[in-house]
Design a protein around this ligand. Sequence first.
Ligand code: NAP
Length: 282
Amino acid sequence: MPITGRARLAGVVGWPVAHSLSPAMHNAAFQALGLDWVYAPFAVPPERLADAVRGLAALGFVGANFTIPHKQTVMDLVDEVSPAARAIGAANTLVFGDRTTADNTDWSGFLRSLRDVGCDPAGQRCLVLGAGGAARAVVYALASVGADIVVLNRSVERSAALLADLDQLFPAARLQSLPLVALADEAAAHPYLVVNTTSLGMVPRVETSPWPSDVPIPADTTVYDLVYNPLATRFLREAKASGARAVDGLGMLVHQGAIAFETWTGVAAPTDVMYKACLAYL
Ligand code: NAP
């Protein structure tokens, strides 16, 4: 399908941005559906972010994704921030128009990816390892469906801050923060779901894992690693070896993109095509 003079525009803004899978994923989806759309990468340093947001709007972009290090600061540059993005403290998707709006699709993408693998955390004990930006989206998602959540992080001040921000929003969920040393007891209590939101295991530190080697991984647990580069992290390999179900982070990446795609185009995203396009680059 040729790109015409009527092509609609979207893109991703990051610093750096060369590693992003989003251009391959979105352009494959546009092509599969025969949509006259283009998705481009933009490497923008923090000091040019405001110019870039104004520039995209002036050029008639329909929307854009924002990635590290812009997910927080971009919220100060728009007319409206969704309640989810506000609560999570980060936005990854903008829609330009009379009013420019910012939303977060990481949390909803995570929930959709859980649904894909038949995982329903409502009312279930879930362990979240880490308390950074990705953890905030995961805890928001799990709390929104009424899960019973324990956040374990190296820095307890960071997990306490995360809970303080999200706790009162979801009265039906149970949220607590425990020090990392509590992991052995929590694992022995057979959690339904364990989610790694730390960067441990990601390239280049592929031999690291958030799970201590002396703590058995329960076989009746689903272990979800947000890391998708590599897909088979050491944590997931060990989880599989102990009989647990292992889920990698590519599903979340694809679904956060699919939700942005649907917001911009109004068309259901071809997630299988998007998934394959990402796999080709990993
Ligand atoms: P972040 O805000 O920098 O948070 C990093 C987290 O990792 C913190 O909890 C940090 O603990 C922990 N950590 C780092 N090094 C550690 C170590 N040596 N020992 C123990 N804990 C350590 O990063 P992020 O944005 O949340 O991203 C985290 C990961 O999620 C990355 O691998 C990213 O690629 C992935 N991610 C995936 C998706 C997806 O769609 N699949 C989406 C978003 C993010 P402290 O607080 O103690 O420093």
